[in-house]
Design a protein around this ligand. Structure first.
Ligand SMILES: *[C@@H]1O[C@H](CO)[C@@H](O)[C@H](O)[C@H]1NC(C)=O
Ligand SMILES: *[C@@H]1O[C@H](CO)[C@@H](O)[C@H](O)[C@H]1NC(C)=O
Ligand SMILES: *[C@@H]1O[C@H](CO)[C@@H](O)[C@H](O)[C@H]1NC(C)=O
Ligand SMILES: *[C@@H]1O[C@H](CO)[C@@H](O)[C@H](O)[C@H]1NC(C)=O
Ligand SMILES: *[C@@H]1O[C@H](CO)[C@@H](O)[C@H](O)[C@H]1NC(C)=O
Length: 493
């Protein structure tokens, strides 16, 4: 208890039970539109919910002479003055709590009150950008002014003159950098009232007002989605489309089939994190991929149409059937990221956040191919190209690793007429499941192996397909490599 309280004319109320007007801990700030809006980042915290992990707004300091050193300046201790409010006379009134004391001191109608039940102004996750802006009766209430109720949180910077008036500048009694109180905009042209060190009420027509500056937009960067820890809520296998790709021309050609499909897309990054709802937020993954901008805390829900294009080289007079399969998945994926708040004045503030992203979308889009067949008689295309120079190798179908949207497979056809089971090219191997050790690098010294004879299936001039690895399947010594098929899939959004 500061000594100043004892010798003041004080009406000290020590209420053990205070009836709060409501259980609403939201903090209202005065918006540019001269309305009160709820702050996303500030909270009035009942003192019994306080713990040291909470960030409480500080409005000044009390300097206490260190008795052991006889009050030498360098040895003074500083105690923080926390912004608090009490429910008094039907309204909430702002004041201060001295660090280490369980009391909020306010002034009302010229009297000084000290309460044990009060609320502290919490800066949740230190996410609010706060400043004390100079104010006088000729200025309007600044946008972002923090309201205690009908009045605003304000303070009076203590000057040497103030201290002398109070008779407090004796180097032994505590001194204050600021007196925290309220700005009543309806009192005359606006008046800041506060309790002075000696317990008297002070009032001034100028001072400082506590203002929260809200960011213009957020930038959520370096987002790591932990797919390993995802929770699948729903997974429906789907067939997005079926088509027959036919080469009815006279020469071999690369043919493409575009599959358009629509689905209900849903995305939600969660609320929380003391972030402003609906604020424009750009999201960038840790690998640099930029996702769509979102309105923070809002569910993104719309009908989405995507196109997948399947490309394949076909000999003249041949065709292939393709089925585009996918999983329509609803899942929750934990994420972490760096949140950067951008302010009008160009300032930025950064902090780390983590959360849960829910997404309902089409995944694992994979084309499945039938064997290539002749249009004329529907018989499976036999092997006609370059005889292999290697025999007796047991091969494994592998896919190329050049990029995540590129898949390739090679197929072995038996000259002796394999059954269709054996000759079905497996185009559905997913890269993630592939063992990198299975990749066989191209062997330039063995042109027969790759059939690089400049023919229709030559690896030369096969833009835009970038081939970085290639392997063949040889099922037995009599299996010949006859057809190599390159399929490039790309997504157009
Ligand atoms: C959202 O912010 C980005 C900058 O990060 C800007 O390019 C974009 O136009 C904004 N979108 C809206 C709807 O304000
Ligand atoms: C980044 O990661 C996402 C998801 O993990 C992936 O879809 C995307 O292709 C990656 N982008 C790059 C450039 O690697
Ligand atoms: C999306 O499509 C469904 C039917 O396919 C329709 O009922 C719904 O209104 C559409 N929603 C929007 C936002 O277009
Ligand atoms: C290709 O599709 C057609 C009609 O959809 C079907 O009659 C034919 O059997 C299919 N061929 C193969 C090899 O799957
Ligand atoms: C099917 O037709 C192609 C040419 O159109 C021919 O080369 C092939 O021998 C035929 N296959 C059978 C089994 O008739």
């Amino acid at each position: 208890m500061p000594s100043t309280c004892n010798r003041s004319v004080v009406l000290l109320l020590m209420l053990s039970v205070v009836t709060f007007s409501n259980g609403d801990n939201s903090v209202h700030i005065y918006s540019k539109l001269q309305q009160y809006v709820t702050s996303s980042t500030l909270n009035w915290l009942p003192v019994n919910h306080y713990d040291p992990s909470k960030e409480i707004v500080i409005g000044g300091f009390q300097r206490v002479p260190n008795v052991e050193t006889n009050g030498q300046d360098s040895m003074t201790k500083e105690r923080a003055l926390y912004v608090c409010r009490v429910y008094h006379g039907g309204i909430w009134v702002a004041g201060s709590q001295i660090e280490g004391q369980n009391r909020c001191t306010v002034t009302s109608l010229g009297n000084f009150y000290s309460y044990e039940r009060y609320e502290l102004l919490e800066n949740v996750e230190n996410s609010a950008r706060l400043s004390w802006l100079p104010w006088d009766k000729f200025r309007k209430i600044p946008a972002g002014a923090v309201a205690a109720d009908t009045m605003f949180v304000a303070r009076h910077p203590v000057s040497a003159g103030d201290e002398e008036d109070d008779g407090k500048n004796d180097g032994v009694s505590p001194s204050y950098t600021h007196y925290i109180g309220t700005l009543d905009p309806k009192d005359k042209l606006g008046t800041i009232t506060y309790v002075k060190a000696n317990g008297e009420t002070g009032s001034k027509s100028e001072g400082e007002v506590l203002v929260e500056t809200e960011p213009l937009y957020y930038d959520l960067r370096s987002v790591k989605l932990s797919h390993r820890r995802k929770r699948v809520i729903k997974n429906e296998p789907m067939i997005l489309g079926e088509a027959t790709i036919t080469n009815s021309r006279d020469e071999p050609a690369k043919l493409a089939e575009a599959f358009g499909y629509s689905y209900k897309y849903f995305s939600y990054w969660g609320q929380g994190h003391a972030m402003i709802k609906a604020l424009n937020t750009s999201v960038t993954l840790v690998n640099g991929t930029k996702l769509m901008d979102v309105a923070w805390g809002m569910e993104d829900k719309y009908n989405r149409t995507d196109i997948y294009t399947v490309e394949i080289y076909l000999e003249p007079g041949t065709a292939v059937n393709v089925t585009l399969k996918a999983n329509y998945m609803d899942m929750e994926v934990p994420y972490t990221g760096e949140l950067i708040s951008h302010y009008e004045d160009g300032q930025q503030r950064s902090r780390d956040i983590s959360g849960m992203r829910r997404e309902e979308t089409m995944r694992d889009i994979t084309p499945e191919f039938s064997p290539i067949y002749f249009i004329s008689n529907f018989s499976i295309v036999p092997t006609t190209l370059a005889p292999p120079t290697t025999r007796g190798t047991t091969g494994t179908t592998t896919s190329l690793k050049s990029s995540s949207t590129f898949t390739s497979s090679s197929t072995g056809y038996s000259k002796s007429g394999a059954t269709s089971d054996e000759t079905t090219p497996d185009m559905s191997i997913k890269e993630d499941e592939e063992d990198e050790n299975l990749i066989i690098p191209p062997r330039k010294s063995d042109p027969g192996m790759q059939n690089d004879d400049g023919g229709p299936l030559s690896l030369k001039n096969k833009e835009p397909v970038a081939v970085t690895g290639f392997s063949n399947v040889l099922k037995s010594s009599i299996t010949l490599l006859l057809t190599s098929m390159f399929v490039s899939l790309y997504r157009i959004t």
